[in-house]
Structure formats: structure tokens, C-alpha cells
Design a binder for this molecule. Structure first.
Ligand SMILES: [Mn+2]
Length: 481
């Protein structure tokens, strides 16, 4: 999920950049610093297209050389009895696509989209929302994801922040029409200084209270917009050192917070799935939702296992020392696979780079889990991925999403090939066939005690141990790519 850096530096530099451009372009309203095709009226509203020259993205097939076309994602094509769009349920992440500015801990923002005026005003928030829906329409997806504080400016008071949110959400509702809705919404409980010790796990009760009020409102607007899920990402729910931390008490508080969210969901009639997004560290040294197994254990301990599912992010999986496939399978085997944040890290970089997934083998493994799960609905794939700092053209936003969608579509096609071919499943079946016996059935039914097993060991003697056939499995997998 979002890692926005240089928030204090960013607006200042944007303002400087903005002033510079305005002073050199006669006749432009100050709210439209870099008009590249659209236009601003006196009210500061954007007129015309945000993405002029970008057509609706269409499927042209693998031989196409058009960067603004799908080569593998063909929304209505059926794979294993389901349309591709129903397997994928793609969503655009508002925070990366419309609030990402290229800033990192070492450098200033590099991106100022033509419609940005360098402010975080309500008018700017609304203009950005219009850009979001034009982007979604041209990309041909039906879903989007948001944080409360990314779509609308914060306020001096909770009441003011809520009023700002209501105003932007009303516009979003209108722009969504009947076809588009949020895959999920969430509350941003990590950027404001009040959350420096966490939200639900803060040592300060006033922060716990404020976080609860913020989540309550975010759940309400997600429900109002027809959202299908609601996500909890505990960016600062963790610790920097155990020396000053009562971990047991903090975990109890987190559980109480989530219980209250479950109760409120039921109270307002929100039928969406509540999702927890595991991540091991960054920004804290240790985050309580470390990985899928840790989070599943937390949910079981506190009796919340039936109320939540997991939103697995591939980059977070690698940060926790697992593959994305491992995290997906762990979630699935616990009945917890609810949603996927489709991104990837970099094998040579140890932090959360949130890149668009382009590895076809990785995408194939991801889709094998999704198919085994029978799909992700009411969850889906959210592009929690951002352009590289050095990618600064508006069209790069489209190219990045097209590549991410094509990679997963290719993964789906490959996974279907592997499943239809059947030889990998047969290899696995054969590997365990010694358990398809009378004694194996007794073991799996929990009816084989040590006396019986010792008797068998003496009767059979030294077992013959067969090959794992790993290289053959890899060969079969490679053939499908
Ligand atoms: Mn991430």
C-alpha cells in the first residue's frame, strides 16, 4: 500500500514549479499550470479531456506493436469457463496513479500531471477525481481503490475532514455511474503525525479513538459508493523496539479495534468483505500483520477468523522472505484468500518498490492460486503499483497498467494450459500415491497410532524413497510459459 514520501517537501516544490510555469505562460489561470490539451475555465474546472490523444484501450492480440493496446488481456474471452474480466476484476489504485508524484526519500517529486495545480484543495481533489474516471473508462476496467485522505483533503477538525470527504465522494458517486464501483476503500492511518505510534495500537488512547472515528467514516463512504470490500493495512501497527512496547496490550487493542469494525459493518448493513493486508516491516521495524500465517494466527487467537480475509501483496510477500505464491497458497489453505495487490518488488532492492508486475512466471504462479481458489470475487486485483520516478509522461500511466494487466492475463492463459495439460497435477498426485493405501488412509483419518506404525515399520523394513522430480516439474512449468 501507499508509501508517500517527502510530503512536506513535495507541495513546496510543486508550488515553486507551478509558479515558474505560470510566470512563463501568458494567459493561463494559476490553477492550470501546464495545460497540455485540456482547458481551465475561470472557476478552475477542467474542461475537455484529461488524456487527449489516448484512445479507449482495445485488445489487438500478441502480434500487436501498439503500446496503447492489450496483447493478452481480452476482457470477454472465456478461459476455463469464465470471462477474463471476471477472473481478474482489475482495479486502479487512486493513491499511486493520481497522488504518486515520483518523490522518494532522496529526491523531490518528478511528476506534475497537466491537471495538477500544486495544491491539495477541494477543487483540485474534484478535478483529480474526474481524471481518475476518464482513466478508468479509457483503460476499460470497472473498479478503483482509495484511501480517504488521498481522495479528499484533511481538515483542521474531524468534522471538517469528513465534510471534505463527503463532497468528493458525492462527485465520485456521480462519476461512477452504474458500472463502476470501488473494489475497496480504506482509511489512511499512517501519514498524519498523530499516527506516529500507530492507530489501533497507539500507546495514546486519544489516537485510538480518532483512528476509530476515521475508519467508521471510511467504512461509511465505501459502503455508500457500493464498495465490495474494505481493507485494513497496519502501516504503523507495530513497533520500533520492544523495550518501550507492551506487545500483548497492543495486539489486544488491535483485536478490539477490528471487533468494533465488524460490529459497525453489520450495523450499517455493509456486506463487503473486511480484508487485512499483511506486511512485515516498513515503515515500522516490525508490523503485527507480518505475513499470511502470522495474520491467520492472530485472527484465530481473537476469534475473528470468520470475519476477515487477506489482501495479499506480492511485494510484501517478498519483504517477509516468502514468494507471492507461498503467501497466496497459505491464505487459500486457511480459507482467507480475498484479494491481491498486484505488484512486485525488485530482487536487488530490499524495500517496497511497488512496481507493476511484469514477470510472466510469477504471474502464472499467482493465477494458479487464483484458479484453485475459484477466483477472488468479491475481491479482485488491485494495481498497488506506481510508475518509476523516472517515468514522467502521462501515457506512461496507461502503458504501465496495460503491461500489468497483460502480464496477469498471460499468467491466466499459462495457468489454464498447465491445468488442462494435467501432467504437473499428475506428477504431484504420483508423488503422494503411497498415501492412497490402507495405511495411508488410516494416517490421514487420524486412526494410526504409534504402535500400529511401529508394527508396519518392522514389517516393511527400510523404505524405498523415490525422486521428487523437481526438474521435471520445472520443465513442465516452463513449457507453458
Ligand atoms: Mn507495497
Amino acid at each position: 500500500m501507499l508509501e508517500m514520501k517527502n510530503m512536506k517537501l513535495g507541495p513546496m516544490l510543486l508550488l515553486l514549479l507551478c509558479l515558474n510555469i505560470v510566470s512563463s505562460s501568458v494567459g493561463n489561470a494559476p490553477t492550470c499550470p501546464a495545460d497540455l490539451g485540456g482547458d481551465c475555465s475561470d472557476s478552475g474546472e477542467w474542461e475537455g479531456e484529461f488524456f487527449p490523444g489516448i484512445p479507449k484501450i482495445k485488445y489487438e492480440g500478441p502480434s500487436s506493436k501498439n503500446p496503447l493496446a492489450f496483447k493478452w488481456y481480452n476482457a470477454d474471452e472465456e478461459i476455463l469457463g469464465k470471462k477474463m474480466k471476471d477472473w481478474m476484476r482489475f482495479s486502479v489504485a487512486f493513491w499511486h496513479t493520481f497522488r504518486g508524484n515520483g518523490g522518494d526519500p532522496f529526491g523531490a517529486p518528478t511528476k506534475t500531471w497537466p491537471w495538477e495545480d500544486g495544491t491539495n484543495s477541494l477543487a483540485m481533489a474534484k478535478r483529480r477525481m474526474r481524471a481518475n474516471f476518464e482513466f478508468i473508462d479509457k483503460l476499460g476496467v470497472d473498479r478503483w481503490c482509495f484511501h480517504d485522505r488521498d481522495i479528499a483533503p484533511d481538515g483542521k477538525t474531524l468534522e471538517e475532514a469528513n465534510a471534505n470527504l463527503d463532497e468528493v465522494v458525492a462527485l465520485a458517486k456521480e462519476l461512477q455511474g452504474t458500472k463502476i464501483k470501488p473494489l475497496w476503500g480504506t482509511a489512511q492511518l499512517f501519514m498524519h503525525p498523530r499516527y506516529m505510534h500507530g492507530g489501533a495500537t497507539s500507546s495514546e488512547v486519544g489516537v485510538y479513538v480518532y483512528a476509530a472515528a476515521q475508519v467508521k467514516k471510511a467504512m461509511e463512504v465505501t459502503h455508500y459508493l457500493g464498495g465490495e470490500n474494505y481493507v485494513f493495512w497496519g502501516g504503523r501497527e507495530g513497533y520500533q523496539t520492544l523495550l518501550n512496547t507492551d506487545m500483548g496490550r497492543e495486539l489486544d487493542h488491535l483485536a478490539r479495534f477490528l471487533e468494533a469494525a465488524v460490529a459497525y459493518k453489520k450495523k450499517i448493513g455493509f456486506n463487503g468483505t473486511l480484508l487485512i493486508e499483511p506486511k512485515p516491516q516498513e515503515p515500522t521495524k516490525h508490523q503485527y500483520d507480518w505475513d499470511a500465517a502470522t495474520t491467520a494466527n492472530f485472527l484465530r487467537k481473537y476469534g475473528l477468523i470468520g470475519e476477515f480475509k487477506l489482501n495479499i501483496e506480492c511485494n510484501h510477500a517478498t519483504l517477509s522472505g516468502h514468494s507471492c505464491h507461498h503467501e497466496l497458497e497459505t491464505a487459500r489453505l486457511n480459507g482467507l484468500l480475498g484479494n491481491i495487490d498486484a505488484n512486485t518488488g525488485d530482487p536487488q532492492i530490499g524495500w517496497d518498490t511497488d512496481q507493476f508486475l511484469t514477470d510472466i512466471a510469477e504471474a502464472t504462479n499467482v493465477m494458479i492460486s487464483v484458479i484453485r481458489n475459484g477466483g477472488l470475487a468479491p475481491g479482485g486485483f488491485n494495481f498497488d503499483a506506481k510508475l518509476r520516478r523516472e517515468s514522467t509522461d502521462v501515457e506512461d500511466l496507461f502503458i504501465a497498467h496495460i503491461t500489468g494487466m497483460d502480464t496477469l492475463a498471460r499468467g491466466l492463459r499459462n495457468a489454464a494450459k498447465i491445468i488442462e495439460d494435467g501432467s504437473l497435477a499428475e506428477l504431484v498426485r504420483k508423488r503422494y500415491e503411497s498415501f492412497d493405501t490402507e495405511i495411508g488412509a488410516l494416517i490421514e483419518a487420524g486412526k494410526a497410532d504409534f504402535d500400529l506404525l511401529e508394527k508396519k515399520a518392522k514389517e516393511w523394513g527400510e523404505p524405498k524413497v523415490p525422486s521428487a522430480k523437481q526438474e521435471l516439474a520445472e520443465m513442465i512449468f516452463q513449457c507453458a510459459l
